[in-house]
Design a protein. Structure first.
Length: 437
């Protein structure tokens, strides 16, 4: 019943906002119309009309049988071999901010696994800016050296690219590891936390100290120093974390920003400090390399918080500032949130931002089948798809997807070629498309 309601809501929204899609070419417009509920997928369309999909839906045309997810994508001088992104995922395994062998193996495996872009976990710009004692940092020389080792491996041994996500935990800092009690304060040795306003994450968390202008200067400079280290370490992309209730996100949402100065009140004012950080970081980040900004496109609390409509405005302000792509996440900004989960549940926010502003987007959230990715891309709902949990379960998700779709154009690491051949042989014997009509 909930699935039906969700499909009906997506469909109604499509028709109510049809002008959003009028710029699409007729074939893509048609594709978007047919898949508007998110229940009819790419493979469903193939079953219904194979000739139309392969002849009309142009992305498969130039190189027959290249599924949309394997088309390259460009941002500034960064060329990604495909549209799959390993979404940022905190590993809580760092020692005093330094990535360890765990991180080398973790990121290396995912880069070997076929994704076009691997984005690191939120890496913190100061010790106080960490979420937990296990978070990685970029505020000491040893951090830079440890990250460089990881980046060098990815570049030497794979054709994946690697992005660095930078963040500051703000009011959600000084908390336990992800598999302990999430977002709860440490049993002892808590460090003081800061935020736009003295609004605690929950009754159990510390009340953050309201930031002064001097605090803002310091945090902005910490982002700059971290971005400089990331550039020296050789990262291909930078992502500024403005989502999930951490410091920059806490400025954006009115739920945690109660300031009465130039940094609170209207959305423009609440965006002022995040944009200041963005500009400062952009000034030191190599011009040829892109910057992504991750946002929470919905606080899931109704009109009191950020709504998908506000998110379009947030994306527009970031786009005007020069952000190359918006990574469209949602939520984790309030204990009051009531998210509506489901397959690809955050993708409509990406669709809206991309088609109302023309800015490139990444979609994320419960995207777990190749068919989901192909449908999202073909309908123009996002430019890239981030998969988080699927990459915890399977670092080789992309290479497995290629085999499932019978696509041989992806590069496997040379020592693993025999495994590739067997996987493709086995996949070709079964109907692996996973079609459910
Ligand atoms: C273990 C874990 C750690 C995460 N850490 C981060 C993080 O450091 N930064 C971030 O922006 N999102 C983080 N996320 C959120 C994911 O990037 C992603 O947005 C979310 O899991 C939804 O995608 P999925 O349905 O593919 O898992 C984390 C998610 C998981 C499961």
């Amino acid at each position: 019943m909930l699935r039906l309601q969700s499909a009906a809501r997506n469909s109604t929204e499509w028709f109510e906002n049809i002008e959003r899609y009028l710029h699409l070419d007729p074939v893509q417009f048609n594709y978007s119309l047919l898949t508007r509920s998110q229940r009819i997928s790419h493979e469903n369309l193939r079953v219904r009309d194979k000739a139309w999909l392969e002849e009309q839906a142009t992305s498969e045309k130039p190189r027959h049988s290249r599924p949309p997810m394997f088309t390259p994508f460009r941002l500034r001088d960064l060329r990604l071999k495909n549209r799959i992104v390993v979404s940022p995922m905190d590993q809580y395994r760092a020692i005093d901010g330094t990535p360890t062998d765990w991180h080398l193996v973790h990121y290396a495996e995912r880069a070997k696994g076929g994704a076009g872009l691997v984005i690191t976990e939120m890496t913190c710009v100061s010790p106080e800016g960490r979420i937990s004692p296990g978070c990685t940092g970029l505020y000491a020389h040893e951090h830079e050296a440890a990250w460089k080792r990881i980046v060098d491996f990815v570049h030497a041994e794979t054709d994946a690219r690697i992005g660095m996500q930078l963040g500051h935990s703000g009011p959600k800092g000084s908390t336990q590891l992800g598999w302990e009690t999430m977002d709860a304060p440490l049993p002892d040795d808590n460090w003081p936390v800061i935020g736009p306003s003295p609004v605690a994450w929950s009754p159990h968390n510390q009340v953050p100290r309201e930031m002064t202008r001097a605090d803002m200067d310091l945090v902005r400079d910490e982002f700059v120093w971290a971005a400089e280290m990331a550039a020296r370490a050789g990262f291909d992309l930078l992502e500024v974390h403005c989502a999930h209730g951490y410091l920059l996100s806490a400025f954006i949402t009115p739920l945690t920003n109660r300031r009465t100065d130039a940094y609170g009140g209207s959305l423009e004012n609440r965006m002022r400090f995040p944009l200041e950080v963005y500009h400062a970081v952009r000034a030191v980040w190599p011009p040829a390399k892109p910057i992504s900004v991750r946002i929470s496109a919905n606080d899931w609390v109704g009109e009191d918080g950020i709504t998908p409509e506000d998110a379009v405005e947030i994306a527009r302000l970031l786009g005007d500032a020069g952000a190359d792509i918006i990574n469209v996440s949602a939520g984790q900004t309030s204990m009051r949130a009531r998210p509506v989960y489901g397959r690809m549940f955050q993708t409509p926010f990406s669709d809206r931002i991309r088609n109302e502003t023309g800015i490139a987007t990444m979609a994320v959230g419960n995207i777990y089948e190749p068919d989901h990715v192909n449908s999202i891309l073909m309908a123009g709902r996002a430019d890239l798809c981030c998969l988080a949990r699927p990459h915890l379960a399977d670092p080789y998700w992309t290479l497995h997807a290629a085999a499932q779709l019978g696509y041989r154009g992806e590069t496997w690491p040379k020592p693993y070629l025999a495994g590739r051949d067997q996987l493709h042989r086995v996949a070709s014997r079964s109907d692996a498309s996973g079609i459910k009509v």
